[in-house]
Design a protein around this ligand. Structure first.
Ligand code: NDP
Length: 439
C-alpha cells in the first residue's frame, strides 16, 4: 500500500459507453474460442444442466451417466428457501473477509495502460476463519450433513447467481474505458462477449470481482460441501469411511495450497488474459463447488471399502502429483518474479524478443506444462478411493484432462503470438506438452 495508492482513482471507469470506440478496433483481430458463437449459446445451457444432472446421478443407486431413463429430480427437490439464504450469506461472509485488512497487498502485472492493480492476499485467512466458524457451528450441533439434501437447491441458486452476475458484468462493461476490456472479449457479438467476458478486471471501488470469485466462495465452498458429505456419512453410518477421509483431505490440501499461494493467481491466464464473463463466473461459483465435490457426494450413497495398502498407494500418488504441481508452479513463479534468485538463477533459459526469458531446464525442461502433469496425477488420486465399480467418480479426472489439454493449446497459441521464434525453439527443445514421451 504505497506509491500506487493513486491507481484506484486513475482506474475509475469513465462514464461513457465504450462500444462505439471498441467495435471497429477489436472485432477483426479477435480469435473466437470455445466454439465461437455456437459454443457461447450452447455452453451456458448445457453446463448448468450437466451440473444438476451429475448431482442427481451421484445419488442414484446406479450412479451411471448412461442409465435410462435418466434420474431427473422432481421440481420440489430443486428448491429450498434455505438455499439462497445460505449461498448469499456465504458469498457475503467471504466478501467481508476479503475486505478486511488482513494479510499483505500485492500488485498484479502491468496493464495495457501502464498501471498495476492492487490485490489483498488474504484468501488463506478467509479459509481459516470460515473453517473456525464451521467448527463452532458443528460444536453447537449445526446439522452440516443437511448439505447433502441441499445440494441441488444450492446448485440451482449458484447457477442463478452466475447468470445474474454475468448479465451485470456484461452491462457494466460498456462503461469501462477501452483499455480495460479483455482483448479476446470485445468482438461485438453480444452472445460471445457475454460468455467470454468483456471487462478484464471489473471492480466496485477496490473490490475486484474476478479475483474475489476466482479462489474464494466457490473454492472454499467446495471443501465445505465435502465436509457436509462427510458429516452425512457420519449420520448414516456412525463414522466417516477411509475413502471419504482421503477425498476430503486431498481436496482440502489442494484448496489450502491454492489459497496459501494466492499471489500466484495474479500471473495466471484467468487474471491476466481472460475477461470476466459467464465462462469464469459460472466456473468459479457453480461448476467448481458442485462438480468437484462429486466424489464425496458419490461416497455418501455408494460406500467403498479401501484397504490400508490401497490407501497408502493412493496417498503416495497424490503426494507425487502434489510435489510436481507445487515445485513446478513455484519454480516458474520465482523465475518470473526474480530470475536472479538463487533457486532459479542457474537454470538454463532462452531469450525472447520481449525481453522475458523462457526456462528450458528444471521442471519446465521436462515437459512444457509440468504443473498440469502434477495436477492430473492428483485428480486421479481423488477418484481412486471411490473404487472401480462406477465411472462417475472419474468424471473429474476425465473432464480435467480435456480441460487441461484444451487450456494447454490456448496457452500455446498465446505464447507463440507473444514469443514467436523463441517459442518454436522452446518447443523443439522440450517436445512433450504434458506427459513425458506420450503427449
Ligand atoms: P501456467 O501456470 O501453466 O502458466 C502458463 C504461462 O507460463 C505461459 O503463458 C507463460 O506466460 C509462462 N511460461 C510457459 N512456459 C514457460 C517457460 N518455459 N518458462 C517460463 N515461463 C513459461 O498457467 P495456468 O493458469 O493454466 O495454470 C496454473 C495452475 O493452475 C496449474 O497448476 C494448473 O494445473 C492449475 N489449474 C487448475 C484448474 C482447476 O480447475 N483445478 C484450472 C486451471 C488451471 P509468461 O511467459 O507470460 O509468463
Amino acid at each position: 500500500m504505497s506509491h500506487t495508492d493513486h491507481l484506484s482513482i486513475s482506474r475509475r471507469p469513465i462514464m461513457r459507453p465504450s462500444s462505439q470506440t471498441s467495435k471497429h478496433r477489436s472485432s477483426h483481430d479477435t480469435e473466437r474460442e470455445f466454439g465461437g458463437t455456437l459454443g457461447a449459446i450452447c455452453i451456458p445451457v448445457f453446463l448448468p444442466l450437466t451440473v444438476l444432472f451429475l448431482i442427481c446421478v451421484s445419488r442414484s443407486p446406479e450412479a451411471s451417466v448412461l442409465q435410462w431413463p435418466p434420474p431427473l429430480p422432481s421440481t420440489d427437490l430443486l428448491w429450498d428457501p434455505l438455499a439462497p439464504v445460505l449461498l448469499l450469506g456465504w458469498i457475503s461472509l467471504h466478501a467481508l473477509l476479503y475486505s478486511m485488512p488482513l494479510g499483505k497487498v500485492s500488485e498484479g502485472l502491468v496493464l495495457r495502460d501502464g498501471t498495476r492493480l492492487k490485490y489483498p492476499i488474504n484468501g488463506f485467512h478467509g479459509l481459516c476463519i470460515s473453517g473456525l466458524l464451521l467448527m463452532l457451528l458443528l460444536g453447537l450441533g449445526a446439522p452440516l450433513g443437511y448439505l447433502f439434501e441441499l445440494l441441488l437447491p444450492l446448485a440451482v441458486c449458484a447457477i442463478a447467481v452466475s447468470f445474474l452476475l454475468s448479465v451485470y458484468l456484461y452491462i457494466r462493461s460498456f462503461w469501462a474505458p477501452f483499455h480495460a476490456l479483455a482483448l479476446g472479449g470485445n468482438t461485438g457479438n453480444p452472445l460471445y462477449d457475454f460468455f467470454i467476458g468483456r471487462e478484464l478486471n471489473p471492480r466496485i471501488g477496490n473490490f475486484d470481482l474476478k479475483y474475489f470469485c476466482e479462489l474464494r466462495p466457490g473454492l472454499i465452498g467446495w471443501v465445505v460441501i465435502n465436509l457436509g458429505m462427510l458429516m452425512k456419512e457420519v449420520e448414516l453410518r456412525g463414522s466417516p469411511s477411509l475413502a471419504m477421509i482421503l477425498v476430503n483431505s486431498f481436496q482440502l490440501l489442494y484448496v489450502a495450497d491454492a489459497l496459501w499461494n494466492e499471489e500466484a493467481v495474479l500471473t495466471t491466464m484467468d487474471i491476466v488474459h481472460d475477461g470476466f464473463g459467464f465462462m469464469l463466473v459460472f466456473g468459479d461459483l457453480a461448476w467448481v463447488p458442485f462438480t468437484y465435490s462429486l466424489q464425496a457426494a458419490f461416497l455418501v450413497v455408494h460406500p467403498q471399502a479401501l484397504s490400508s495398502l490401497g490407501a497408502a498407494a493412493i496417498i503416495t500418488l497424490n503426494g507425487i502429483g502434489y510435489y510436481i504441481f507445487r515445485k513446478s508452479n513455484s519454480q516458474k513463479n520465482q523465475f518470473r518474479r526474480d530470475p536472479t534468485h538463487s533457486s532459479v538463477a542457474r537454470l538454463e533459459t532462452i531469450a525472447t524478443a520481449t525481453g522475458k526469458r523462457l526456462l528450458v531446464s528444471g521442471w519446465w525442461g521436462l515437459v512444457r506444462h509440468p504443473n498440469y502433469l502434477g495436477d492430473l496425477l492428483m485428480a486421479l488420486a481423488w477418484s481412486l478411493p471411490c473404487g472401480f465399480s462406477h465411472l462417475l467418480p472419474y468424471f473429474y479426472v476425465i473432464y480435467f484432462t480435456v480441460l487441461l489439454i484444451h487450456r494447454e493449446a490456448r496457452d500455446e497459441r498465446q505464447c507463440r503470438a507473444k514469443y514467436g521464434l523463441a517459442w518454436d525453439t522452446y518447443c523443439r527443445r522440450v517436445p512433450y506438452r504434458i506427459f513425458p514421451y506420450i503427449y
